[in-house]
Each structure stands twice: as structure tokens, then as C-alpha cells.
Design a protein around this ligand. Structure first.
Ligand SMILES: Nc1ncnc2c1ncn2[C@@H]1O[C@H](COP(=O)(O)OP(=O)(O)OP(=O)(O)O)[C@@H](O)[C@H]1O
Length: 336
């Protein structure tokens, strides 16, 4: 039996700006295995959330092309009714901001019970309450009976995020997508929530996509990592390979404290991901940010190559990447 839970092939998600569609996710192909944590990293605007929302089919007006299959079921052409059933049942998402994701006027217990009811009509009221208390307990809520009666505003940010996680895992989804699950929280609470997600992986055996800016989080949590730049995956590899031997210039700039082989100075690459309308669509999308690299070393139509077993990188420019002497000098002088 295949271990693959999610298959994404040549995914293109485009948004309409004026009269034209612009792809925020452009030709993304990846798989997620059962019980695997795939980290997705990249700067703001690289398309991470657009990718996650495509998998959940949460975009209102985007054009989605390509293939997304969850347990071999086609998500892109799925009817709304079927989608509503598998969202929550088979796949669920933990959002960035726990306050906006909860109903401020409904007690916590009822919010969890509603999710249970939507997906299992046979479970009676008593069963739902019992399961809700179990879930609150599972996500580390102290005195769950009390919290069951409380409203979101009565809880701290960390506790609210635990409630969101309880709702997401209520029906034992096989796929859990966590989109910057700790961004809105302070550092100590962040660590607790990440510990919780890690524990849950063992307990519920879900495949998890973890979207984050934070490479430290990925290093700790992920089995594999996909690095996104300008709507595309530029590198994907098992976590230890990505950190010990990053290939793509963008990955190396993200990790910027990791010098390339044979180089002993650190480097910070300047600039930002261009806006959606202004994304480069031809050739290597990262070329403009490494202008000192000879343009002839970029592929005309870069694709992901398997550089080492299980380690894929887009565009062969990584073979020619180096850090200019002048930048090393600047770094030495404390200018970045
Ligand atoms: N509904 C939309 N309509 C138009 N453009 C959009 C829409 N949603 C996202 N975009 C654009 O698509 C690009 C990718 O956005 P996305 O939110 O996926 O990036 P991200 O990597 O998740 O960033 P962040 O880390 O800030 O959440 C950005 O340029 C963004 O402005």
C-alpha cells in the first residue's frame, strides 16, 4: 500500500488583478507521506499560504489548475458537498490567528461539539461532550470542564491556539495543515504549541504541512523541507540534508548563517520577493537577487533536478553560486 497521503502535481493558483490572472503558486509538485511533517519555508509573499489554501480549497476566487489528490481523491474537481465533508474529516487547517478563527459569542465546548456533530451525526450529546473534554485534555488545557463553559475572550492566546488545534484534530484528520501556527503568540507559548503539534503527530499519525518563516522551527519539527520562492519550490530535501548541505542560492540566503562549501564568511542577500504582478515569469526567478552570478549559468526553463538522492533543486545556477568578495568585506565590517 502506498504511503503517500497527498499528491500535488503542477499546481498553479492564480489571482485576478485587473483584467489578468497572476500565478501566486506556479508549477508546484510535491508529495506528503502519512505520518510525515513537511515544512514549507520562504519569505513573505512566496506563496506558502496560497498553496495551503489551494489544498484546503479555501480560495474564493482563485483559478486553480493542476492536480491535488488526498488519498487519491481529486480535490480540485470535488463537489462542494464532498469538500465540506472531507474538510474536517480528512483534512484540517490550523490558522495563524486564533482569535479570528473562533466564534466570540459561543462557549468553547459548543464550538468543538459543532465540529464533531458536523462529521458524526451518530455521536449523541453525551458522547460529544465526553469527546470534547478528551480533546481539551489532549491539547493540554488544564481544567477542561471549566474551559468547556468559557468564551474565547476569557482565555489567553496560547490557550485559544490549543482550542483551534483541538477543533482541527476533532475528527482525526489524516492531513493537518498548520499555517504559521505560532506567529501570533509569544516565544514561550510558541515552544509549547510546537511541542503539542509534535506530540500530536505521534498520537494521531497525521501527515502535517507546517508553514513557517522560522527555520529553527523547521529544523526541529520537520522530516522534509520545501523552500518556496516566488511561487515555486526551489529546493526540497530531508531536513538534515537541507541544513547540512543547502544547494539553492535562495536557501543559502535564507539560512544565511550557513556558509557554502569552502566559504568561511557569512552573507545576507538583499531585496525582497517581488509583488505578485511583478514576479519574474521567465528563467530563474531568483536571478535578479544574485546579479553577480553570470546570467548564462541560469537555466532558461528551470525545473527541479534530483541533485542527490531525495534532494531536489531548481535551476543549475546553484553549482556556480558564490559570495562576492565585496559582500564578505561588508559583512566583516558589520554592514549587511
Ligand atoms: N486573494 C488574493 N488576491 C490577490 N493576490 C493575492 C491573494 N492572496 C495572496 N495574494 C498574493 O499572492 C502572493 C503569495 O501570497 P501568500 O499569502 O501565499 O504568501 P506567503 O508566502 O504565505 O506569505 P506570508 O508568509 O506573508 O503569509 C503575494 O504576492 C500575495 O500578495
Amino acid at each position: 500500500m502506498s504511503n503517500e497521503l497527498l499528491q500535488i502535481k503542477n499546481l498553479k493558483t492564480s489571482f485576478r488583478i485587473g483584467d489578468e490572472y497572476y500565478a501566486a503558486v506556479d508549477d508546484v509538485t510535491l508529495t506528503l507521506n502519512k505520518n510525515e511533517v513537511l515544512g514549507i519555508v520562504g519569505e513573505s509573499g512566496s506563496g506558502k499560504s496560497a498553496l495551503a489554501f489551494s489544498v484546503m480549497r479555501l480560495h474564493n476566487r482563485a483559478k486553480i489548475e493542476g492536480e491535488i489528490r488526498l488519498n487519491n481523491q481529486d480535490i480540485i474537481d470535488m463537489s462542494k458537498t464532498k469538500l465540506n465533508k472531507i474538510r474536517g474529516d480528512d483534512m484540517a487547517m490550523i490558522f495563524q490567528d486564533p482569535l479570528t478563527a473562533l466564534n466570540p459569542l459561543m462557549p468553547i465546548g459548543r464550538q468543538i461539539e459543532e465540529t464533531l456533530f458536523l462529521h458524526d451525526k451518530k455521536l449523541g450529546q453525551r458522547g460529544r461532550r465526553k469527546r470534547t473534554i478528551e480533546l481539551l485534555d489532549l491539547v493540554g488545557i488544564p481544567r477542561p470542564e471549566r474551559v468547556y463553559e468559557q468564551f474565547p475572550h476569557e482565555l489567553s492566546g496560547g490557550m485559544r491556539q490549543r482550542i483551534i488545534i483541538a477543533i482541527a484534530i476533532a475528527n482525526n484528520p489524516e492531513l493537518l495543515i498548520a499555517d504559521e501556527p505560532t506567529t501570533a503568540l509569544d516565544v514561550t507559548i510558541q515552544a509549547q504549541i510546537l511541542d503539542l503539534i509534535r506530540e500530536l503527530k505521534e498520537k494521531i499519525h497525521a501527515g502535517i504541512i507546517l508553514i513557517t518563516h522560522d527555520l529553527g522551527v523547521v529544523a526541529e519539527m520537520a522530516d522534509r523541507v520545501a523552500v518556496m520562492y516566488a511561487g515555486q519550490i526551489v529546493e526540497i530535501a530531508p531536513v538534515e540534508k537541507l541544513f547540512s548541505n543547502p544547494l539553492h542560492p535562495y536557501t543559502r540566503s535564507l539560512l544565511n548563517s550557513v556558509p557554502a562549501e569552502g566559504q568561511d564568511k557569512l552573507h545576507v542577500i538583499q531585496g525582497v520577493v517581488p509583488s505578485l504582478k511583478n514576479l519574474p515569469r521567465e528563467g530563474c526567478r531568483f536571478a535578479a537577487r544574485i546579479p553577480w552570478i553570470d546570467s548564462s549559468v541560469h537555466e532558461k526553463h528551470p525545473v527541479l533536478h534530483e541533485a542527490k538522492p531525495g534532494h531536489f533543486v531548481r535551476c543549475t545556477c546553484y553549482k556556480h553560486f558564490y559570495i562576492p568578495e565585496q559582500d564578505k568585506e561588508e559583512h566583516r565590517n558589520g554592514v549587511s
